[in-house]
Write a protein that binds this ligand. Structure first.
Ligand code: SF4
Ligand code: SF4
Length: 83
């Protein structure tokens, strides 16, 4: 699944530069994750880098987007082919 930033986000900007897929950006009120680009860091790291650095733990599994590790790996490969 992709990850989701909840409205508890304090806009600290720590997560955005850590994302290897450029999936995080500042939205109108809080930071947002583009689910088309979030691979849960599969293909790059063993753990979700944004979750590691968020000081208030407001990044959670997206409740509406469930993907297997294989699907996340295929998304990583698609993104890598585009870059
Ligand atoms: Fe980016 Fe990884 Fe966080 Fe997804 S889990 S938004 S790919 S840092
Ligand atoms: Fe928001 Fe957490 Fe990212 Fe900071 S690290 S901008 S609090 S989601």
């Amino acid at each position: 699944m992709a990850l989701l930033i909840t409205d508890e986000c304090i806009n600290c900007d720590v997560c955005e530069p850590e994302c290897p897929n450029g999936a995080i950006s500042q939205g109108e009120e809080i930071y947002e994750i583009n689910p088309d680009k979030c691979t849960e860091c599969v293909g790059h790291y063993d753990t979700a880098q944004c979750v590691e650095v968020c000081p208030i733990d407001c990044i959670i599994p997206h409740p509406g987007i469930r993907e297997s590790r294989d699907e996340l790996m295929r998304k990583y490969e698609r993104l890598a082919a585009q870059s």
